[in-house]
Design a protein around this ligand. Structure first.
Ligand code: IDP
Ligand code: MG
Length: 164
């Protein structure tokens, strides 16, 4: 089934210079790149992005991690959207398991991620977990104008296209 997926090169991936490699791994698939932007991660954006984890003990640290507070204040991340057959599974396979120590050695997280001595996961990239989450996330990180093709319904508000 044709799906969309949001990928984010997290601050640890950015400071270690992995953004290009991550993009290359996705380009090697049959998925099509339809949007990309460098985004400054605010507290609000990080909290909304990870809203499903707000009751977890690691939530506060996770928000600060995504904001770059643990990586030299690297609050700029690369976010992009790929579309194509089984985009979520293809992307999650490239990423590997959430815990870098359990991720396949050849995956991004298995080869470039680490678990810190305090037990937090520096796992290099975010990849949407399912098509519905992907839609919510893409609409959070991108405006319709920033996606090169019509992947979701839009309406006109004033002179601007907005997500329906
Ligand atoms: P995912 O990124 O593989 O989809 P989620 O369960 O959605 O995994 O968790 C989002 C992020 O929260 C993870 O990528 C990781 O950075 C962090 N995280 C998840 N579970 C743990 C944990 O058990 N300990 C520390 N950090 C975690
Ligand atoms: Mg997830």
């Amino acid at each position: 089934m044709k799906e969309n997926v949001l990928v984010i090169v997290k601050p640890d991936g950015m400071v270690h210079g992995h953004a290009g490699h991550v993009l290359t791994r996705f380009e090697e698939t049959d998925l099509k790149l339809v949007g990309a932007r460098v985004v400054r991660v605010t507290h609000d954006l990080a909290e909304t992005h990870y809203q499903h984890l707000k009751d977890k003990p690691f939530f506060d640290e996770l928000i600060h991690f995504l904001m770059g507070d643990l990586h030299n204040h690297q609050d700029l991340v690369l976010a992009y959207v790929f579309t194509g057959e089984n985009a979520v599974k293809v992307g999650r396979d490239i990423a590997g398991a959430t815990n870098p120590e359990q991720a396949d050695n050849k995956s991004i997280r298995g080869s470039m991620g680490r678990v810190t001595t305090k037990g937090s996961f520096e796992n290099v990239i975010h990849v949407s977990s399912d098509p519905l989450e992907a839609e919510r996330e893409i609409k959070l990180w991108f405006t319709p104008e920033e996606i090169a093709i019509d992947i979701f319904k839009t309406t006109i508000s004033g002179h601007r296209k907005v997500w329906s």
